[in-house]
Design a protein around this ligand. Structure first.
Ligand SMILES: [Mg+2]
Length: 211
């Protein structure tokens, strides 16, 4: 698509959204997909514009970020790993072998409200996924990469950070259900998902000033 076609499509999608009713569940479903398409189109647009400035955008030395950065953990925050763990335990998979099981990370169910939250956060924040994968199961890395693209859209696949020391990663907020793997050393603010005032995504979005 050309820059002009992308801009026109974005305008059309924004018109659809403004003419739809949030309260109608069918419209809400469509709105979610339109918003994801807009995010992908805006990403394509910035790639086209970057190309004009630099013939080889993959060699860019600087990727400017102007919005505050929100880092989001996966298991227990956007993916329901606990549910899968219980299912596997019921089948007799126990202890550490659970993390190496081929089904452990395969197509996990999203946590309630997580996908809508990811979309809603886009306007005000630069969002990244920050997850510590099981190091003994490299297939889980691929499952995480596939999950992000499937549930959060094509653009999100380049927003996945896999890291053992979360304290090394720069950001304004880190939404995580645990303090393990360097969360306590994070220099921004840790939003402890599932604890105290942050019981779910609704409370987190309110705290971050997002509807
Ligand atoms: Mg977690």
């Amino acid at each position: 698509m050309s820059e002009k076609e992308i801009l026109s499509r974005i305008e059309t999608l924004k018109k659809y959204i403004s003419e739809s009713a949030d309260s109608d569940p069918r419209d809400a479903y469509e709105i979610r997909h339109w918003k994801m398409e807009i995010a992908d189109l805006e990403n394509a647009l910035s790639t086209i514009r970057d190309k004009k400035n630099s013939p080889e955008p993959w060699l860019r030395a600087s990727i400017k970020i102007t919005k505050p950065i929100v880092l989001i953990d996966m298991d227990g925050v956007i993916c329901d790993f606990d549910k899968r763990a219980k299912e596997l335990e019921a089948k007799g998979v126990k202890g550490h072998s659970l993390f190496r099981h081929p089904e452990a990370y395969k197509d996990l169910e999203p946590i309630e409200g997580a996908i809508d939250a990811w979309i809603a956060l886009q306007e005000k924040y630069e969002t990244y996924i920050l997850s510590t994968p099981p190091w003994s199961n490299p297939d889980a890395w691929a499952e995480k990469r596939s999950w992000v693209q499937r549930y959060l859209g094509d653009t999100a696949k380049k927003k996945l950070i896999l890291c053992h020391n979360k304290g090394l990663v720069k950001g304004n907020f880190l939404i995580d259900d645990r303090i393990a793997n360097g969360v306590a050393d994070f220099e921004g603010e840790h939003i402890h998902f599932g604890q105290n005032q942050f019981q779910g995504w609704k409370e987190v979005l309110t705290y971050l000033g997002v509807k």
